[in-house]
Design a protein. Structure first.
Length: 290
């Protein structure tokens, strides 16, 4: 097996492993924390639990979590398949199916009855599971399918609409099951979001200022490995008055470590300044999810 094929197989195995682990963690979290606290996580998992509990309380019958979740995700999966990518959708569907089935199969084992602890630690575990899924370049499904499709293809910021959808779901949950459950669910979702933002370096952006005498070679490596371009500034080093060259570029957070190492392999004396970037407006290359 040649190196490109071996690398491809390793990458696919890595994605598969991350998604399987993420689905197991998410299912266990739902049965150990979410259901114990009567919480409603964001997205279609929360909507599935809302429908399931409403059927039990007001209809007197039980609906499997897997059936509800798979039906809700059917149309968004088709949208994702057409607008985002085939492999991205297949891996995401695998995450959805495994999480749904395992949630029905795994027995409920409450770890604590303290609702605040359930919210905080359940949210942390949920965020960790989502982060693993994102590292595998997939999603846990539902509203994420639609948000990614609209953001990538139509340049529409759909995440605010996802937030409004979650808020509407919590209002309904509060009306049906009590406002304490809805308010505690906000704490759960907040903790989950913080972990995702902390661990998912891909959504972060960093600005690099690279001062080096080998700026041309560094730029070609930058373009080759990250697909990002750069701007070259010429100036004067005030310490010794010599002419200096500085590259300016913005790359994804998960590319910083590799790029910094590459720069110092080319020029061990290079000076690299890494700055966190809150927002970029313009033509910023987004690595395909597929």
């Amino acid at each position: 097996m040649n190196k490109p094929n071996a690398a491809r197989c390793w990458e696919e195995a890595r994605r598969l492993g991350l998604i399987v682990i993420a689905s197991v963690i998410m299912a266990v979290n739902i049965k150990s924390f979410v259901q114990a606290g009567g919480l409603f996580p964001g997205g279609f998992n929360g909507l599935s639990l809302l429908i399931q509990r409403s059927a039990e309380k007001f209809g007197g019958f039980s609906l499997p979590f897997s059936v509800i979740n798979l039906v809700l995700n059917a149309i968004p999966a088709v949208v994702s398949f057409k607008l985002i990518g085939k492999r991205f959708t297949v891996y995401s569907c695998l995450m959805i199916v495994l999480t749904s089935v395992l949630t029905d199969l795994i027995p409920s084992v409450p770890i604590t009855n303290d609702v605040l602890l359930i919210c905080i630690f359940g949210g942390i575990i949920n965020g960790f599971a989502i982060s693993l899924c994102l590292m595998g370049r997939a999603t846990s499904g539902g509203t994420d399918f639609i948000a990614v499709a609209l953001t990538n293809r139509l340049n529409v910021d759909a995440w605010n609409y996802v937030f409004l959808g979650n808020a509407a779901m919590l209002v309904v949950a509060g009306l049906l099951f009590g406002w304490d459950k809805a308010l505690y669910s906000i704490v759960f979702q907040f903790a989950s979001t913080q972990i995702v933002q902390l661990l998912n370096a891909r959504i972060k952006k960093n600005t690099l200022f690279i001062i080096s005498d080998d700026s041309e070679e560094i730029y070609h490596k930058l373009r080759e490995s990250t697909h990002h371009s750069a701007t070259l500034f010429h100036g004067t080093g005030l310490y010794n008055g010599e002419p200096r060259a500085m590259l300016y570029t913005v790359i994804s957070g998960d590319q910083v470590k590799k790029m910094t190492k590459t720069v110092h392999e080319i020029d061990p004396k290079a000076f690299v300044n890494v700055i966190k970037t809150d927002q970029v407006a313009g033509n910023f290359y987004q690595r395909p999810n597929d």
